[in-house]
Design a protein around this ligand. Structure first.
Ligand SMILES: *Cc1c(COP(=O)(O)O)cnc(C)c1O
Length: 419
């Protein structure tokens, strides 16, 4: 290796990933095949445009690759139209909003401070700067989405777009209700399923494609592919906000969304990543992946129960998916301290705001934990109970950190990465 410095650093990161316990809910371990495609010579190719309609020559092979990727994704979610080019989840959302909204249009999203995502209207993000954001949150008493306030705000403000989906919400969504609200005010619904998309793809959660006009997702969270984004629809339709042609028609949403990605918000697609997405979607269609996502959900459920048995306060009292949000205020430790102490014991979690948090986003009162990555390593129910035990020791007593780290390093080596 010429660049020893860089490849030594990659080796260090490999060691970190294999010796510790990875509980960041948005992370996973992609397969060797996914990584082989992502690290392939496809990175050399420019292919602006779509298969069959490119602005560059030499695209016959990448056309086949992108078509294969699109067909597999359609099959996985029973979608009729997809775009696999967004570079990330945030880029997918940007492309959708650019395609259907004008600057200054109103949007209604799930509050970031209650578990939403930056791209759903946060003032520090393009979505909150270019569009006019309104928010709904969770109920203070039970931690579930406050559908009543969603409906009230929708009727009062008349947003053009209602966004559902979250980064740290452990419950399923009532897509049917949200669609009814949207229909009553003539709005569109975007479901951003970045987190639970893997579970949704195999029928373990409600299907947003039944009710939501447009779906976006990442490909690297529960879907276990390369870092990236996707956009999908089950049924194409005419843009309700568009200018009518003399024939009385408007542009189809599929064509608007394609141009929202390119040329709207991106240049050349990452064909190496699209190749890796194709591998991941094929994996996600397998029986092995179904067994995996079923176990992800089981593991999260057992883990949440074990935390609650040890006196931890899980927001909404449990989980329907792969993650949980824990309010640490009764443990007299902030999210920041918990993240730091657990990190020293080689347990990686992230601090997270809890709904109605009194701490700043940098400190926070909570932590978010997910089971997607550890389940990929082959960990089962008994292992979840063990992990909660490790976490509890560190949270209760800093002096345990060194001993816990030693035990974890020895134990994690029994679950090799990339077999
Ligand atoms: C992770 C996430 C995103 C952003 O994905 P990136 O690939 O990091 O840009 C968007 N929306 C939600 C709900 C997410 O959880």
């Amino acid at each position: 290796m010429e660049d020893k410095r860089l490849f030594d650093l990659i080796d260090q990161e490999k060691k970190r990933q294999s010796e510790g316990i990875e509980l960041i809910a948005s992370e996973n371990y992609a397969s060797d095949e996914v990584m082989a495609a992502a690290g392939s010579i496809l990175t050399n190719k420019y292919a602006e445009g779509l298969p069959g309609k490119r602005y560059y020559g030499g695209c016959s092979v990448v056309d086949e690759i992108e078509d294969l990727c699109r067909e597999r994704l359609k099959q996985l979610f029973d979608a009729s139209w997809v775009n696999v080019q967004p570079h990330s989840g945030a880029q997918a959302n940007a492309a959708v909003m650019l395609a259907i909204l004008n600057p200054g249009d109103k949007i209604l999203g799930f509050d970031l401070a209650h578990g939403g995502h930056l791209t759903h209207g946060s003032p520090v993000n393009y979505s909150g700067k270019i569009y006019k954001p309104f928010f709904y949150g969770v109920n203070k008493d039970d931690g579930y989405i406050d559908y009543k306030s969603l409906e009230e705000t929708a009727r009062k403000e008349n947003p053009k777009l209602i966004i559902c989906g979250a980064s740290s919400y452990s419950r399923d969504w009532d897509y049917k209700f949200i669609r009814e609200v949207a229909d009553s005010i003539g709005a569109l619904v975007l479901a951003d399923i970045a987190h639970p998309s893997g579970l949704i793809s195999r029928g373990l959660l409600n299907d947003p494609l039944d009710y939501c006009h447009i779906i976006t997702s990442t490909t690297h969270k529960t879907l276990r592919g390369p870092r990236g984004g996707i956009i999908m629809m089950r049924n194409d339709f005419e843009n309700p906000f568009g200018i009518k042609t003399p024939k009385g028609t408007t542009r189809l949403m599929s064509s608007l969304l394609d141009s929202g990605v390119f040329p709207g918000t991106q240049g050349g697609p990452l064909e190496h990543i699209i190749g890796a997405k194709a591998v991941a979607f094929q994996e996600a269609l397998s029986d092995k992946y179904l067994t995996y996502v079923v176990q992800v959900k089981k593991n999260a459920n057992i883990m949440a129960k074990e935390f609650m048995m040890r006196g931890y306060d899980i927001i909404s009292g449990g989980t329907d998916n792969h993650l949980m949000l824990i309010d640490l205020r009764n443990k007299n430790i902030t999210g920041k301290e918990a993240e730091e102490n657990l990190g020293k014991a080689d347990i990686t979690i992230n601090k997270n705001m809890v709904p109605f948090d009194s701490e700043s986003p940098f400190v926070t009162s909570g932590m978010r934990i997910g089971t997607a990555a550890i389940t990929t390593r082959g960990m089962l129910e008994d292992d979840m109970i063990k992990i909660v035990g490790f976490i509890d020791r560190v949270i209760n007593d800093e002096k345990e950190i060194d001993q816990v780290r030693k035990e974890i390093n020895a134990w994690a080596s029994k679950f090799p990465l990339h077999k």
